[in-house]
Design a binder for this molecule. Sequence first.
Ligand SMILES: Nc1ncnc2c1ncn2[C@@H]1O[C@H](COP(=O)(O)OP(=O)(O)O)[C@@H](O)[C@H]1O
Ligand SMILES: [Mg+2]
Length: 362
Amino acid sequence: MSAITCSNVEKSYGATTVIRDLNLAIEEHEFVVFLGPSGCGKSTLLRMLAGLEDISGGEVSIGGKVVNDLDPGDRGIAMVFQNYALYPHMTIFDNIAFGLKRQKVAKAEIQKRVEAVSKTLGLDPYLGRKPAELSGGQQQRVAIARAMIKTPKVFLFDEPLSNLDAKLRNHMRIEIARLHQSLKTTTVYVTHDQLEAMTLADRIVLLRDGRIEQIGSPAEIYERPGNLFVAGFIGTPNMNFIDVAVGRKESRWTLTSAGAVFSIDGSRFNLQHVDRAVLGIRPPDLKTAGTDAGQSVLEGTADLIEFHGNDALVIFGSGGKEISALVPTRECPAVNTHVRYAVDEQSLHLFDAKSGVSLLRQ
Ligand SMILES: Nc1ncnc2c1ncn2[C@@H]1O[C@H](COP(=O)(O)OP(=O)(O)O)[C@@H](O)[C@H]1O
Ligand SMILES: [Mg+2]
């Protein structure tokens, strides 16, 4: 039995449809991330799971039970928001215990449970303090503790780290991953940050404009993006896209762009009946080329170098297009010199020029 199921779920505000015919099954213990650009409907969908938004059509089930008409408090979920507003005049203990006190849980039981979650989250030294006496990361942990203490069946997180600075965000990301490793509570986590999604998710649900573009493990989505949108959204630096004409030459296929001709074996792709395609190459898949002929090579003049530390991003023009290659810094060329980068056929991506759908074979 799935922990959460969405069947033909729809959400409209008046005439505006925000979620369209969405189907999704989340397994028990899974960590699922809703990822997508701002405004694509991530929060709306999460709030529908939580019961904070009405469902305009379709069904949401949690633990096998349809919850469309169930109050948030009866769904067995706990939610952590980006703005986690703690009660400033209450101690950390009272902030964590608040929900239980409201449910009239016995004092001794509250004491026991606050101690247990505080220990898990490393908050035990701070229970007597007020929120203002804690750092941003500690406050965020209090918000998580407040959700955890309800021992929910499902955790929902809506961009919980976006108010923290970069260093703290990395730290808290690891803490959330550890927490899930030890508690194994089914989790749905919303973010627009692909690094957060890639590092936390068992599966990513990539959304655009209220629709699911692709569902898969981070590796699947990175290695086999199903269309141009997914390919362009996942991976930093972004994938290079080059328009090519597809042709046949003897037993091989040719991909001809304004700046290069690639000859490929093509067996990974469905190329019959395709004459125009978009070639996708991730910047780290472009490798400094040797002198041997027969390689698929992109070349041009390096016009900008971005130093990243271990690696450098070399930006060069090829056939009127700006191409990026991510190379080890020791191979970094000087600006305004000629560069040549080879790409292995195994790392090429190809998309249908009209539909944008990947041409990779299943
Ligand atoms: N109460 C509302 N009334 C009308 N439109 C809304 C309302 N809430 C959200 N929207 C719209 O729904 C879309 C999805 O919003 P949201 O789920 O917040 O996106 P995300 O969390 O992915 O950034 C946006 O276009 C937003 O303007
Ligand atoms: Mg949002």
